[in-house]
Write a protein that binds this ligand. Structure first.
Ligand code: SAM
Length: 265
């Protein structure tokens, strides 16, 4: 009686196990609603708990209304309380994240109160966006829309000084039509900040829930804006190229968000 000897079988290849959990509960790039709803989600994704965050245009603190108290170490300041975001009292490389939300409409930055935007029915706008006062322009600064950009860029340069390497800069902005020109402020900021050494890590669109009112309209020329942006930048260390920069490091600590193998987002 012959005995059959089973030939050794090759070992089955190890099954690849996918990391992570299947979920639809992810932070999305567009949100219909209010600043106070979206802002905490942006922080949750890009700023680790315990981080030192300077909000340098704190205003009425609307952004922070739904942020759990004590999650971050918040340093609020504003021109209205005596601190210009272009000359901060913080030491070099001492801040983990910085929030910048200056007036985004050139009309609110005009030096003369009589011609400054936000009069009449827009008086609430003036109070909210420009603290009811004027933002002194730097020597040689531009006018009209250029004044808006100058403020963002000068504040970003100061942010770069106070942020640690890999620190996060969250910029709120809105595009505007100024002097009959379409000004894509968010594009101008991304370009300008790349030149200052910031990598554009993320972009969020905030859609107004209600329709903007129109007082008088002869002929519509441009789409009326009902969206704004939160741009999330990261400070690229000196000596590294913005165009080649990639990191999962977030400060404080080096805890990368998410699974290193995940290339989905
Ligand atoms: C849109 S509001 C900020 C609203 C704020 N994010 C909130 O959640 O309430 C703009 C703020 O920028 C402030 N501001 C204007 N120019 C400034 C400057 N050069 N430095 C610091 N703050 C400035 C105004 O006083 C105003 O409070």
């Amino acid at each position: 009686m012959s005995e059959e000897i089973a030939a050794p079988q090759p070992a089955a290849p190890a099954k690849r196990v996918q990391g992570g959990v299947a979920t639809a509960d992810v932070v999305l790039s567009a949100h219909a609603g209010r600043n106070a709803e979206l802002f905490p989600r942006i922080l949750a994704l890009h700023v680790p708990p315990g981080a030192i965050i300077a909000d340098v245009t704190y205003g009425q603190g609307v952004f922070w209304q739904q942020v759990p108290p004590g999650r971050y170490r918040l340093l609020p300041s504003d021109l209205a309380t005596g601190t210009d975001c272009r000359a901060l009292p913080h030491a070099d490389a001492s801040i983990d994240a910085l929030v910048l939300d200056p007036p985004y409409m050139e009309g609110l930055l005009r030096e003369k109160a009589e011609t400054r935007g936000g009069l009449g029915s827009h008086v609430g706008l003036r109070a909210y966006y420009a603290a009811g006062g004027e933002t002194p322009s730097a020597p040689g600064a531009g006018r009209w829309h250029q004044a808006v950009l100058d403020l963002y860029l000068a504040a970003a340069a100061e942010a770069r000084r106070v942020l640690r390497d890999h620190g996060i800069l969250i910029v709120k902005c809105q595009d505007e039509v100024s002097a009959n020109r379409q000004e894509l402020t968010h594009v101008q900021i991304v370009t300008g900040l790349a030149a200052l050494g910031f990598y554009a890590r993320d972009l969020f669109v905030l859609l107004r829930a209600n329709r903007p009112g129109v007082a008088r309209l002869k002929r519509q020329v441009h789409a009326r804006k009902n969206h704004s942006y939160f741009l999330v930048f990261q400070k690229v260390p000196d000596g590294q190229e913005v165009a080649r920069y990639r990191t999962r490091v977030l400060v404080p600590g080096a805890a990368p968000a998410g699974d290193p193998a995940d290339r989905s987002g």
